[in-house]
Design a protein around this ligand. Structure first.
Ligand code: NAD
Ligand code: TYD
Length: 331
């Protein structure tokens, strides 16, 4: 099988490529990635020389270039996106360009070249916040940030290409991922690397917002199931069943690292901050999905990875994004 993976140099995409090569050594993968600030070739150093792997630097909005590569693929797995809520609040333009227009360009190319599966990687954030209970795939979408609104828009485009043109597309909506190779601007890697440097951990608002956490390899396993067994036109929620407040996660990270709780600094809240995400994954469970990693063990492994791989994240933290953050609402 020949896969075109977009955004494969990012956090989940790079873990997915490694996962696929381990499980299906005969598969061929083209990693098509623009290498934005979040794309890091270091994430895939170990697969670079695999003869079944090819890297193409390109923008998913570039219809001509992406078509050239989609033409030779059996399936497209679309991870490419602008992904950080805080950045979307400050500047939504790139989110509309990549997450909406970029998905449109991929859909057009996939339709033109009669791709046999289009897997669109989306997020539980499209449903918005829920205080009690859990969202099902049939729940209305109600995004609250420019990021989630852009993702929701792309989900709707994917749906329309299935309904209108019969494009064999499926959508996955996953909860918050953690694990190795995550860009150190997201909660867990930011707090681990700040704590290692003895810096403050900027906790938004009262710290009681709840997220459902999933180890990235369990997400890859779920995408594998959807790629091979997912029904065209369907949406599948993917979650970890581990709901935690930000303050509890923060305390746990500090405990694992043996760092003082005094590093926690409550800062002003993120505008439009969703209080709680929660999804019901029973639909995917019927296809055999079950998260295999327990939160405490996988979080410890993740923290250990950041301790042992400073070479990878230090360069990213030194590249100026700390300065960018100081300008923001984390005061
Ligand atoms: P990431 O920010 O780590 O990586 C995104 C990748 O996309 C980068 O390699 C970047 O270079 C690439 N990219 C960005 N714009 C591009 C463009 N125009 N053309 C080609 N490549 C481009 O993101 P991630 O955390 O790995 O998320 C991957 C996907 O999973 C996204 O679609 C995101 O919405 C979704 N998702 C993420 C999470 C999470 O917790 N991280 C949870 C649910 C869903
Ligand atoms: P994040 O990792 O940005 O993921 P998302 O917003 O997509 O869920 O944030 C996870 C949670 O952590 C979210 O409730 C916001 C909070 N948070 C902080 O309190 N401080 C921070 O510096 C960051 C990045 C996030």
């Amino acid at each position: 099988m020949k896969l075109l993976v977009t955004g494969g140099a990012g956090f989940i995409g790079s873990n997915f490529i490694r996962y696929i090569f381990e499980k299906y050594p005969s598969y061929k993968i083209i990693n098509y990635d623009k290498l934005t600030y979040a794309g890091n070739p270091d994430n895939l150093k170990d697969v670079e020389n695999n003869p079944h792997y090819k890297f193409i630097k390109g923008d998913i909005c570039d219809f001509k270039l992406v078509s050239k590569h989609i033409k030779n693929a059996d399936a497209v797995i679309n991870f490419a996106a602008e992904t950080h809520v805080d950045r979307s609040i400050l500047n939504a333009g790139d989110f509309i360009k990549t997450d909406v227009n970029g998905t449109f360009s991929l859909l057009e190319a996939s339709r033109a070249y009669k791709i046999s599966k289009f897997v669109h990687i989306s997020t539980d954030e499209v449903y918005g916040s829920i205080l009690k209970g859990s969202f099902k795939e049939t729940s209305p979408i109600s995004p609250n940030s420019p990021y989630s609104a852009a993702k929701a828009s792309s989900d709707l485009l994917v749906r329309s290409y299935f309904r209108t043109y019969g494009l064999p597309a499926v959508i996955t909506r996953c909860s918050n991922n953690y694990g190795p190779f995550q860009y150190p601007e997201k909660l867990i890697p930011l707090f681990v690397t700040n704590a290692l440097d003895g810096k403050d951990l900027p906790l938004y608002g009262d710290g009681k917002n709840v997220r459902d956490w999933l180890y990235v390899i369990d997400h890859c396993r779920a995408i594998d199931i959807v790629l091979h067994k997912g029904e065209n036109g369907e949406v599948y929620n993917i979650g970890g069943g581990v709901e935690m407040t930000n303050i509890d996660i923060t305390k746990l990270i500090l405990k694992i690292l043996g760092k003082p709780q005094s590093l926690i600094k409550k800062v002003s809240d993120r505008p439009g901050h969703d209080r709680r995400y929660s999804i019901d994954c029973s639909k995917l469970k019927k296809l055999g999905y079950k998260p295999l990693y327990t939160f405490e063990k996988a979080l410890k492994e993740t923290v250990k990875w950041y301790v042992e791989n400073e070479r990878i994240w230090r360069r990213l933290k030194n590249s100026g994004f700390d300065k960018y953050y100081k300008l923001q609402y984390k005061k």
